[in-house]
Write a protein that binds this ligand. Structure first.
Ligand SMILES: Cc1cc2nc3c(=O)[nH]c(=O)nc-3n(C[C@H](O)[C@H](O)[C@H](O)COP(=O)(O)OP(=O)(O)OC[C@H]3O[C@@H](n4cnc5c(N)ncnc54)[C@H](O)[C@@H]3O)c2cc1C
Length: 479
């Protein structure tokens, strides 16, 4: 977008409309808000706006709508696809929700909580816990990411297998639409069949349809029992068989099922040496699984019994059960250190894909074969929420590899992986969204009918194309 108005006059008008303390400008080039988490995108902005309430969000959107100013909402700025970073024009405004961080209400009897968009995920979990309730969304970024960002990306994480993604954890939403009108959909109702599900449309819209200002979220009873095990296995196929056996034995209690092949674990061993490694040498594959329950029940025994079932035994080389909370945390630390290990190791190519469960073994095998043959300077670090069919299919450079060769391969690697995903009728973005990094890939790979419908919805709700231009959908605002 280009500005048709003098920037200093715009800023003066913004300050008059919102108050001096809500408008920060100019921003230093190295302001953290102008750069994405993975440091792949650097933007510029006319101003950083810091509204304190929904009325101010409405005022600022109306202001931008009237003047056709691009608006980039930002939560904790932890997303992996550049979705919260403004473009390089310096004409867009960045809207941080961080001051809107009140828990508006906890309704323990209704098992619901209403939080403003700027609450961190951790703050929401803590508020639920204080009321003897449980909010199940769990991400490695939970200290920084915000509920608004979680909703806008339809975040997934570690407990999806049992509780679902953010869309399934949400009862109602309050959002401000591009023209400044407020959609008050805050409700704790579990049943409401009064037409189109607008909250579902806003969830996962990546800031392209409006600014989410608050949400009513589902809570569960506090989880009082848990059991966690790390299983050494031979192959991803064994993991998928074990997943079925465990689900048959423990039912709904299976909350997490994470797959970590040898090379991912070895990377943690070398790059994050402070992490305790239960098995030496590292087995071909590891599965981290966890059961939880609101009832006080002997989940350790239940898990052991399931793992001792004859059809599970055949696939388990070795197993470690956490005997204390400290041991449980140590097992999770290994899983959660994989991204950090990759970061310390150096540049990597990341693909967040999903395929049907039964396709996971052949998908992983085919990527592995291709990498050996066509990208030999790389090592495949393919791990993740296997219980949800979701793999983080990443490549790092082999030690001593020529970095120029490694980097030159990026688009060939992506094409191969995404082509394969499409062959298996999977998704090129399981949980991280599209943002700017997968915009072209989505345009290439989504069906024309889907893309046309998305464009029509965007045009209907955001006719001037001011919301997060160039993210998720091409910027057709013509500004
Ligand atoms: C260590 C680590 C682990 C992670 N693990 C996971 C994981 O397991 N699963 C997973 O799904 N993700 C994961 N992520 C990615 C990220 O944390 C999530 O996508 C998260 O939901 C982003 O929230 P945020 O507040 O940081 O959003 P931001 O990065 O600030 O924004 C993300 C998108 O949402 C839009 N947006 C933000 N706030 C609003 C709002 N109030 N209204 C409208 N649009 C808005 C932005 O414009 C942008 O398009 C991880 C990230 C890190 C760094």
């Amino acid at each position: 977008m280009t500005l048709k108005h003098d920037p200093s006059m715009l800023l003066a008008a913004l300050r008059a409309a919102l108050g001096e303390d809500c408008v920060r400008a100019p921003l230093a080039d190295d302001a953290p808000e102008l750069r994405d988490y993975r440091r792949r995108y650097q933007g510029r902005a006319l101003a950083l706006l810091l509204p304190r309430d929904t009325a101010q969000v409405s005022t600022l959107l109306r202001f931008c709508f009237e003047r056709r100013i691009g608006v980039v909402p930002q939560g904790g700025n932890t997303s992996y696809n550049g979705g919260a970073t403004p473009d390089g024009s310096g004409t867009q405004v960045l809207v941080s929700l961080r001051r809107m961080n009140r828990i508006r209400a906890v309704d323990a009897a209704n098992f619901s909580l209403t939080a403003e968009a700027g609450c961190t995920l951790q703050a929401v979990q803590d508020a639920a816990e204080a009321a003897q309730r449980f909010f199940p969304l769990s991400l490695g970024s939970q200290q920084s990411c915000q509920i608004g960002g979680n909703l806008a990306t339809n975040a997934g994480g570690l407990n999806v297998l049992r509780f679902g993604m953010m869309r399934e954890l949400t009862l109602g939403i309050e959002a401000v639409l591009p023209d400044g009108s407020v959609l008050d959909g805050l409700t704790g109702l579990r049943k409401d069949n009064t037409g189109y599900d607008l909250k579902s449309l806003l969830i996962g819209s990546e800031g392209t349809l409006g600014i989410i200002t608050a949400a009513t979220l589902k809570l569960w009873p506090a989880q009082r029992s848990s059991a966690t095990a790390l299983l050494a296995i031979e192959t991803p196929a064994a993991a998928i068989r074990l997943l079925s056996v465990l689900r048959e034995h423990v039912g709904e209690r299976l909350t997490s099922f994470e797959l970590m092949p040898h090379d991912a674990v070895e990377l943690v061993r070398t790059q994050v040496p402070e992490v305790r490694m239960p098995f030496t040498p590292t087995p071909p594959c590891l599965v981290l699984c966890e059961l939880t329950s609101a009832a006080i029940e002997p989940l350790d025994e239940l898990l052991q019994a399931a793992l001792l079932a004859p059809n599970a035994q055949a696939d388990i080389l070795d197993a470690v059960l956490a005997r204390s909370e400290a041991e449980r945390m140590a097992l999770w630390q290994m899983r959660e250190s994989i991204p950090e290990a990759q970061r310390r190791h150096g540049p990597s190519f990341k693909h967040d894909v999903s395929v049907p469960l039964d396709a996971i073994p052949s998908f992983m095998q085919r990527v592995s074969d291709w990498v050996l043959q066509s990208a030999p300077e790389s090592v495949l670090i393919c791990y993740g929420h296997a219980g949800d069919g979701n793999l983080h299919c990443n490549l790092s450079a082999r030690p001593g590899a020529d970095m120029a060769t490694f980097k030159a391969r990026e688009s060939a690697v992506q094409s191969f992986i995404h082509d394969l995903v499409m062959q298996f009728r999977g998704s090129i973005s399981a949980e991280h969204g599209i943002g700017q990094s997968k915009l072209i890939e989505l345009q290439r790979r989504a069906s024309p009918v889907k893309l046309a419908l998305m464009a029509q919805l965007k045009a209907a709700i955001d006719p001037r194309g001011i919301m997060n231009p160039g993210k998720l959908l091409p910027d057709l605002s013509g500004q």
